[in-house]
Design a protein around this ligand. Structure first.
Ligand code: RNT
Ligand code: ZN
Length: 433
C-alpha cells in the first residue's frame, strides 16, 4: 500500500517504517545500543495516567452542598470535560486506544462513586471504586490510588494532617487509613500492587511563626496512618509527595521535599518526586541517583512547570528526557514508578492525555537508546571532550525511526496521525456534553 498524506502528517506503510528502522538500528548498534531491545523494554514500562486531567481535578463526590476547597486549580474552559465517572472511563479508554505500551490509571479518592449516598472521605471503601476495578479488568490495566486531602470543608484552613485541631487531624488520618484499605482492596481485586500516593496542601501564605509544630504533627499523623495494619496488606504501596510551594502556601509548605525524603527513608515509604515541585533551576534528573543511594523506590510524577508549578501538559523536552536518561544509565527502571501529573482545561483533554503520555513514553525510549556504556567508558578513560561530542551526536540519531517502529509494534498510529481519531471522538462524543 502506498503511503498517504493527511492534514496531520504522512502515514507510512509498514514496510517503510521497517526499512527506516533498519537504518536506525545500525546507527544505534554502531554505538553499542540495541534498538530492538530498547523498544521492547520501553513498551513494558507502565505509565500511570492520572484520572484528573479528564475533569479538571473536580472529582465526582455526591455532596450535600457545593463545596469549594483549595489546593489545586485547573485553568481553562475547553468544552467536553468528563462530568461523571462513566464519561471519564470512556475518555480514558479512548486515550488508551491511541497509546503504545503498558498503562495504569491513577485514581484520586474523590472520584468515588457512591450513587445518591453522601459518603465522607473517612468512610470511603473499596466498593465505591468497583466500577473502576471492573473497567480496569476489561482494559487489562492496573490501578493506583491517592487519598484526597483537598477540596473539602475540613481543608479550608489550608491545613489537614498537620492541623492544630486534633479533631480535624483525626478526620484526615482516618481518610489516610481508608485510602490504604482501598488501595489494598484494589490490589487484591486486580492481583497486583496499587501505589497509594499521599500529597497534602498544608502550608502558610506568609511567614509562620512556628514552622516546626505542623511538621512534627504531620510526622505523627503519618505514623498513625502507616502503623494501621487492619485490612491493609502488602498490595498497598504507600508513597509521599513533597512540594516547594502552592497557591496560598507560598511561604511555607509543611510537607516539603526535605521533610518527605527523611520521612520516607526512615519509615520505608516510597518518595515521590514531582517535576513541578522544585526551584526552577533544580534538576530532578540529578536527584535520582542521590535518592537511589538510600531509597529502595521512587515515584516520578512527570509534569511541566512553566515559571511555577503550572502542571502543563508534558512535552518531549530536555527535563523529561534527562530524567529517563538518568534512570536508564543507572539501570533503575525497576526502582521507579512512572506516573503523570498535569491538567490543562484549555485544550481538548484527550489530546492533552495522548500528547503527555506519548511524550513520557518517548522520553523512556530515548533514555533506553542512550549510548551510556560508551559514554561512561570515555569518561573513565579521561576522554571528556570525546564524551561531550558523542553526547551531542547522540541527540540527532534517527530516534523517530525507532519511535515509529515502537508504534507499529504496538499497533498505534505514528506521529500526530492519531489527532484524526480524537477529532472524530470530539465530534461524536465530547461535543454532545
Ligand atoms: C499537587 C501534587 C499532586 C496533585 C494530585 C492531584 O501539587 O502534584 O500530585 O497534582 O494529587
Ligand atoms: Zn504530583
Amino acid at each position: 500500500m502506498p503511503s498517504t498524506r493527511s492534514y496531520y502528517g504522512s502515514s507510512q506503510t509498514d514496510s517503510q517504517i521497517e526499512q527506516q528502522f533498519e537504518y536506525a538500528k545500525e546507527a544505534y548498534a554502531a554505538l553499542g545500543v540495541d534498538a530492538e531491545a530498547a523498544i521492547n523494554q520501553a513498551l513494558e514500562i507502565p505509565i500511570s495516567l492520572h484520572c484528573w486531567q479528564a475533569d479538571d481535578v473536580g472529582g465526582f463526590e455526591t455532596k450535600e452542598e457545593a463545596i469549594e476547597g483549595g489546593g489545586i486549580m485547573a485553568t481553562g474552559n475547553y468544552p467536553g470535560r468528563a462530568r461523571n465517572a462513566d464519561e471519564l472511563r470512556q475518555d480514558i479508554s479512548k486515550t488508551l486506544s491511541l497509546l503504545p505500551g503498558e498503562h495504569r490509571l491513577n485514581l484520586h479518592a474523590f472520584y468515588c462513586e457512591t450513587g445518591d449516598q453522601v459518603v465522607d472521605r473517612d468512610a470511603l471503601e473499596v466498593s465505591h471504586f468497583s466500577n473502576y476495578i471492573d473497567w480496569a479488568k476489561e482494559e487489562k490495566i492496573g490501578l493506583d490510588f491517592n487519598p484526597t486531602y483537598f477540596a473539602h470543608p475540613k481543608a479550608n484552613d489550608g491545613y489537614t494532617l498537620s492541623h492544630s485541631d486534633k479533631i480535624i487531624r483525626e478526620f484526615w488520618i482516618q481518610h489516610g487509613i481508608a485510602s490504604r484499605r482501598i488501595a489494598d482492596g484494589i490490589a487484591q481485586a486486580l492481583d497486583d500492587v496499587c501505589v497509594n500516593n499521599h500529597w497534602i496542601p498544608d502550608g502558610h501564605k506568609d511567614h509562620p511563626a512556628d514552622r516546626a509544630g505542623p511538621r512534627q504533627r504531620l510526622a505523627e499523623a503519618y505514623d498513625a496512618i502507616f502503623n494501621e495494619t487492619h485490612g491493609i496488606g502488602p498490595g498497598c504501596v504507600d508513597a509521599v509527595e513533597g512540594k516547594l510551594f502552592g497557591l496560598a502556601s507560598e511561604d511555607y509548605v509543611v510537607g516539603s521535599n526535605d521533610f518527605y525524603a527523611d520521612y520516607a527513608l526512615s519509615r520505608d515509604k516510597v518518595l515521590c518526586l514531582d517535576m513541578g515541585h522544585f526551584h526552577p533551576t533544580e534538576s530532578i534528573a540529578d536527584k535520582i541517583s542521590a535518592h537511589l543511594c538510600f531509597h529502595k523506590k521512587l515515584l516520578i510524577h512527570t509534569s511541566r512547570p512553566i515559571r511555577w508549578d503550572s502542571d502543563h501538559v508534558v512535552l518531549f523536552n530536555d527535563d523529561v528526557r534527562n530524567v529517563f536518561i538518568e534512570i536508564a544509565r543507572q539501570k533503575a527502571f525497576d526502582k521507579v514508578y512512572v506516573a503523570l501529573d498535569f491538567f490543562d482545561a484549555s485544550i481538548n483533554r484527550v489530546i492533552a492525555y495522548v500528547t503527555g503520555t506519548r511524550a513520557s513514553r518517548q522520553a523512556i525510549l530515548y533514555g533506553l537508546l542512550d549510548p551510556s556504556q560508551r559514554l561512561q567508558s570515555l569518561e573513565a578513560e579521561g576522554k571528556s571532550g570525546q564524551k561531550l561530542a558523542l553526547m551531542e551526536a547522540a541527540k540527532t540519531l534517527p530516534f523517530n525511526a525507532v519511535w515509529d517502529m515502537l508504534c507499529l509494534k504496538a499497533g498505534v498510529l505514528t506521529g500526530a496521525l492519531w489527532l484524526d481519531k480524537v477529532e472524530d471522538y470530539e465530534a461524536e462524543v465530547l461535543s454532545a456534553r
